[in-house]
Design a protein around this ligand. Structure first.
Ligand SMILES: [Zn+2]
Length: 322
């Protein structure tokens, strides 16, 4: 193909529209006064919608390269809460969390993103994912549950319902708020959390995660899509992505059922382990940790051996020969 020749547009049926999402070219940030809340001011980013990327390809690539930061949900989890530079980087890489149907497929369309909404969504995502990440550590899990309890009502305008909203079986729209175990027995949360075993904490945390995943699935639609693999005949069922926000919950939910990210104790980076016994992101750190673990076990064995020898000593001592 000669240079400068216009690229042939992708035929409409080959476009994966249910999974396409636009990036955002952030132009300027504006600090505006929130009149409803007196003196408080909020920052908004303004810019235009940029190139489309495929959400599912980003997710697959993150797993292929074992790097959660290549997918939107992993990158979102990594952001330092309230850091404006981080928010800008996320929007330019993965686009706004929500878009109206009219704007989504209009490249160059002007959009504004409220950072307050963005960070409220971020804190909600971190509260719930932290439950899962703390599932093997009793103290951490108790603290994570307490955080959810205290902040469950924090919501952004595109998140109408609080964490722990229970719905009846579809298509029912009746819903009620989950009651935490300490509310059921009329105890202080700290007291219940202090006494409860790990199994009870996990039950409570997993139930909340389950409710949250289903909550973000409620507005999703299932559509038929024409398959583009040869011979390009037939159709298949796909879930329509109506927002990046709901897609991130879906991806994270899929991770919990297959391969969850771990946080490296050395550098705090998230990574997808290649093996079940990989706890560090780099092979060198993993090897050093294995050596340390081996040395620790060896020391413990030697210590145990010495203790045993000491205890058996008088019995095994040989009698002096006459
Ligand atoms: Zn590391």
């Amino acid at each position: 193909m000669s240079r400068g020749k216009a690229r042939k547009p992708t035929p409409e049926f080959e476009r994966d529209r249910p999974n396409e999402w636009p990036q955002m070219r952030v132009g300027k940030s504006v600090c505006i006064r929130d009149h409803d809340n007196g003196r408080r001011s909020v920052t908004e980013f303004y810019g235009e919608l940029g190139r489309f990327y495929n959400l599912r390809h980003a997710y697959d690539r993150a797993h292929e390269l074992k790097d959660p930061y290549l997918a939107p949900h992993g990158f979102f989890r990594r952001l330092a809460h309230g850091n404006t530079g981080h928010a800008r980087e996320f929007l330019e890489k993965f686009g706004p969390l929500v878009l109206s149907a009219g704007k989504r497929f209009t490249p160059g369309c002007h959009v504004g993103v409220s950072l307050e909404q963005f960070w409220t969504a971020h804190s909600r995502f971190c509260l719930v994912t932290n439950l899962w990440e703390s599932r093997d550590d009793r103290a951490r899990l108790a603290a994570a549950l307490l955080e959810v309890y205290r902040h469950r009502q924090d919501r952004s305008p595109f998140e109408e319902l609080p964490i722990g909203t229970k719905f009846g079986p579809p298509p029912s729209t009746n819903h009620q708020l989950y009651r935490f175990p300490w509310e059921e027995v009329d105890q202080e949360p700290e007291e219940w959390l202090h006494r409860a075993g790990l199994a009870d904490l996990r039950n409570c945390a997993f139930y909340l995660i389950h409710l949250e995943l289903n909550l973000h699935m409620r507005s999703r639609h299932i559509v038929w899509q024409r398959s583009w693999e040869p011979p390009k005949e037939g159709w298949r069922v796909v879930i329509w992505t109506e927002s990046l926000w709901s897609a991130m919950w879906e991806f994270w939910g899929c991770d919990t059922a297959s391969l969850s990210w771990r946080r490296c104790p050395h550098c705090q980076r998230l990574f997808y382990p290649k093996r079940r016994d990989q706890f560090y992101c780099k092979p060198r750190q993993q090897a050093l940790a294995s050596k340390r673990e081996y040395a620790r076990k060896l020391r413990a064995r030697q210590k145990h051996g010495k203790k045993l020898q000491k205890r058996q000593g008088p019995r095994n001592r040989k009698e002096p020969q006459q």
